[in-house]
Design a binder for this molecule. Structure first.
Ligand SMILES: *[C@@H]1O[C@H](CO)[C@@H](O)[C@H](O)[C@H]1NC(C)=O
Ligand SMILES: *[C@@H]1O[C@H](CO)[C@@H](O)[C@H](O)[C@H]1NC(C)=O
Ligand SMILES: *[C@@H]1O[C@H](CO)[C@@H](O)[C@H](O)[C@H]1NC(C)=O
Ligand SMILES: *[C@@H]1O[C@H](CO)[C@@H](O)[C@H](O)[C@H]1NC(C)=O
Ligand SMILES: *[C@@H]1O[C@H](CO)[C@@H](O)[C@H](O)[C@H]1NC(C)=O
Ligand SMILES: *[C@@H]1O[C@H](CO)[C@@H](O)[C@H](O)[C@H]1NC(C)=O
Ligand SMILES: *[C@@H]1O[C@H](CO)[C@@H](O)[C@H](O)[C@H]1NC(C)=O
Length: 255
């Protein structure tokens, strides 16, 4: 059984290299301004990447720019360190979002904010940024339910008239910068790379040989190893150890 698991891990790591949206690097891992200014609550000082200092954000718009790190409350802040939507109160979604755009009053009653979730809307109220899967409003699309412009990368692509799960080869524009990633699920990222004739699945970080593709194509789970993005000695590095990747592979196999 152990041998089977180890063998499966090796196979999973070799042939199905995916990264997870929950494995973003820490701010201090990012050595480049382009990686730091990513919406993950990091702040570029001019020479280094740091966690954003919420108390230094003096108005609502700048505070709301850092929804993973900060929330706005004019009476007690104005900009404070954010932990969870349930710590905030608001009588409706507008009041919750005025403090943190990722929060909403999904119940529609009461004074407690909660995580913004597309599933709290119905088929007629499903807002932009959410996906309508039949009659259900969701954070991610079920490709077979999507039509037209909603059948889109990184989740879905048309095959004739049928919408199906996207694969890297669905990026057809030539060049490394237009070959990004596909998402097999809401939390899983399959990085792609341009092999000089087509966009194909990346089988490891070594396929992501530029500072841009390293960060973008892994949705921030990997970072470029040098502060000089044009130097030839840089490479694409995981922020997690190999051990953690193996643990992750086991979890994937058990799921
Ligand atoms: C802002 O903070 C004050 C003091 O902690 C609190 O009483 C108030 O309810 C908060 N405002 C909102 C909109 O949550
Ligand atoms: C929310 O509703 C409560 C009770 O109806 C009210 O006392 C409070 O002032 C409202 N808060 C805001 C920010 O409108
Ligand atoms: C969707 O929700 C809105 C507002 O809550 C409600 O007015 C409407 O009747 C609902 N529509 C459906 C189809 O359930
Ligand atoms: C996406 O890729 C699939 C599998 O290769 C292919 O059948 C489909 O036609 C592609 N769709 C687009 C829009 O490129
Ligand atoms: C790139 O990938 C395509 C599709 O898998 C393959 O046909 C082609 O030979 C590859 N090109 C190179 C240079 O590896
Ligand atoms: C990355 O590799 C591709 C071929 O796989 C090559 O064409 C490209 O120049 C490389 N880019 C960098 C920045 O080294
Ligand atoms: C970055 O690396 C390139 C290529 O090696 C070199 O020409 C350039 O001077 C370096 N820039 C800095 C700021 O070190």
């Amino acid at each position: 059984m152990n041998k089977f698991i180890i063998a499966s891990c090796i196979i999973a790591l070799t042939f199905a290299w995916t990264t997870s949206t929950s494995q973003q690097c820490s701010c201090s891992d990012y050595l480049l301004a382009t990686e730091c200014q990513n919406g993950f609550g990091c702040y570029w000082t001019g020479s280094a990447c740091q966690n954003v200092d919420c108390s230094a954000q003096k108005d609502q718009p700048t505070c709301l720019n850092y929804p993973t790190a900060c929330y706005y409350n004019s009476t007690s802040g104005p900009c404070l360190s954010f932990s969870s939507c349930s710590k905030l109160s608001g009588n409706n979604t507008q009041q919750c979002q005025a403090q943190n755009v990722k929060c909403a009053n999904t119940a529609g009653t009461g004074t407690t904010c909660s995580d913004f979730s597309c599933s709290s809307f119905n088929s007629t109220t499903c807002p932009q940024g959410c996906y309508l899967n039949g009659q259900t409003c969701s954070n991610t699309p079920t490709c077979s339910s999507q039509t037209g412009a909603n059948c889109a990368l990184p989740y879905c692509a048309l095959n004739g008239n049928t919408c199906q799960q996207a694969v890297c080869s669905n990026y057809t524009a030539a060049g490394q910068l237009s070959c990004l990633f596909v998402m097999p699920s809401a939390s899983s990222v399959q990085p792609c790379y341009w092999n000089s004739t087509a966009c194909v699945d990346a089988s490891g970080a070594s396929n992501l040989n530029s500072s841009t593709s390293c960060f973008v194509n892994t949705l921030g789970a990997y970072h470029w190893s040098t502060a000089n993005s044009t130097a030839t000695d840089g490479s694409c590095k995981s922020c997690y150890g190999v051990l953690l990747q193996i643990v992750f592979a086991i979890l994937l196999l058990l799921a």
